[in-house]
Design a protein around this ligand. Structure first.
Ligand SMILES: C[S@@+](CC[C@H](N)C(=O)[O-])C[C@H]1O[C@@H](n2cnc3c(N)ncnc32)[C@H](O)[C@@H]1O
Length: 275
């Protein structure tokens, strides 16, 4: 790939997703573009750059972002966050609910990838809130249509769900039979508690009216520059109830970013409660 082509691709990716590709990512980008060349039957990066400037650019751009972005995730990733939800966030919000009368516990998985994060949260909330008379709902969003369709389907291979305790798998998943052998589908009762929306976190305002008790925005900010991280953190903060929590990935510190959140423990931040 020529320097000018790499610059063209990375500027386009930045404009569209704010994912920042440094010069160290050139090999990776080149490998991932290989997939797009095969899919579009083009034989060179030069032709691919031409496609990205033509009438089909818009459609191809979303495939390009898909190919570039990393969707790696797994159930109960960074498990201490789910313990924190169980031990602190839910009891605290339940107590406040007695006077605030919120319609439901409301959470957002803001870069949900293939859904494991949102479903892990759903499993946690359904356990914690059963018999309390209070419901819950989760919004799951991602920039990628493709990965979101996977999340929405809620079907996972045995080696993916097999890392959870067998009793949890039995309670929360239906085991596939016949052609679905080896697949596990999230049970409808759990699945109904989530809504899925394609959303670029850096574009416009998220389409949600009510404020959230907790927002998971994990392992996506690492791809953004500091200014973008600051913009995003402040945008998410405005979407929290007073005293609501923002959880980021454990390798993503908000140090050096201007924000109004209190740090509660590593990767766990809280919007100031009302005085
Ligand atoms: C590594 S995954 C993180 C999944 C999950 N949050 C976790 O921690 O396991 C990062 C996800 O961020 C999404 N993403 C990247 N840029 C985005 C943007 N500007 N807006 C929304 N999602 C974005 C990618 O499509 C990808 O699915």
């Amino acid at each position: 790939m020529r320097d000018s082509e790499y610059d063209f691709i990375r500027n386009l990716v930045y404009e569209r997703s704010r994912i920042q590709l440094g010069s160290d990512k050139r090999e990776l980008v080149s490998a991932r573009l290989g997939k797009r060349l095969r899919a579009t039957s083009l034989s060179s990066i030069t032709d691919y750059c031409t496609l990205l400037q033509g009438p089909k650019a818009e459609e191809e751009l979303s495939h390009l972002i898909d190919a570039i972005s990393t969707n790696h995730t797994f159930f109960f990733r960074e498990a201490s966050h789910f313990d924190f939800i169980r031990q602190q966030v839910v009891p605290e919000m339940l107590a406040r609910h007695k006077t605030e009368r919120w319609p439901r516990f409301y959470a957002w998985s803001a870069a949900s990838s293939s859904g494991e994060e949102g479903y892990s949260l759903a499993i946690t909330l359904s356990e914690c809130l059963q018999n309390t008379g209070w419901g819950w709902h989760i919004e799951a969003t991602d920039i990628s249509h493709r990965i979101l369709a996977k999340a929405e389907a809620g079907i996972y291979r045995e080696d993916v769900v097999g890392k959870m305790p067998p009793a949890m798998v039995k309670a929360c998943f239906q085991r596939g039979i016949g052609p679905q052998e080896g697949n596990y589908r999230v049970k409808p009762a759990l699945r109904q508690g989530l809504s899925f929306h394609q959303l670029n976190l850096l574009e416009g305002e998220p389409p949600f009216r009510d404020p959230f008790h907790v927002i998971f925005c994990r392992n996506v900010m690492i791809y953004f520059d500091r200014q973008t991280q600051e913009e995003l953190v402040n945008k998410l903060t405005r979407r929290l109830v007073p005293g609501g929590y923002l959880l980021v990935g454990h390798s993503e510190s908000l140090t050096g970013i201007r924000h109004s959140l209190q740090m509660i423990r590593p990767a766990t931040y809280r919007r100031a409660p009302n005085p």
